[in-house]
Design a protein around this ligand. Sequence first.
Ligand SMILES: O=P(O)(O)OC[C@H]1O[C@H](OP(=O)(O)OP(=O)(O)O)[C@H](O)[C@@H]1O
Ligand SMILES: Nc1ncnc2[nH]cnc12
Length: 183
Amino acid sequence: MSVTEQQLESIKNSIKSVPDYPKPGILFRDVTGLLEDAKAYSATIEILVERYRNKGITKVVGTEARGFLFGAPVALGLGVGFVPVRKPGKLPRETYSEAFSLEYGTDVLEMHTDAVKPGDVVLVVDDLLATGGTIEATVKLIRRAGAEVHDAAFVINLFDLEGEARLKALGLECFSVVNFPGH
Ligand SMILES: O=P(O)(O)OC[C@H]1O[C@H](OP(=O)(O)OP(=O)(O)O)[C@H](O)[C@@H]1O
Ligand SMILES: Nc1ncnc2[nH]cnc12
């Protein structure tokens, strides 16, 4: 199936914008409407799976929490395993840990040390790219485990928050299904 302009429009329209959430000055791009719309959700997954099929991807990594909602179905579509990167204290075995800053705060992310290995070619998936802090930390975790990051894929790129430039500086290509301004 190839995705039509109409499907892209329905994906875009399903994402609602909420001013001043979770803090004054933040324009929150809410993917819950997309998740509630089966056609828009499956078209989104299809776009990502089609783009990364036959590219040698061996693992998909998704970041808690919204990255799970897109990363896991993309992993299944590609026929590879899914690795969760989680907020601190949630993973039961030995982890690598990375601190980072976010558009509206700071956080720490963790990944099991044995979840990806040298030789793995990893696709990172998240719902949204803003400043790029979350994905920079995720890429550092994957590289610490000795695996290669192929690409980072997003449903939404907030293109004026310069996340893409931050990830390019890490040597990473980015793809996003739709683009919105951050403000
Ligand atoms: O590019 P950045 O500036 O790092 O921002 C993007 C990240 O922020 C959001 O996650 P959040 O930390 O709010 O967590 P959630 O998925 O648990 O809601 C979003 O899902 C991305 O992961
Ligand atoms: N503006 C925004 N909307 C939704 N999620 C976000 N994560 C970071 N910035 C965000």
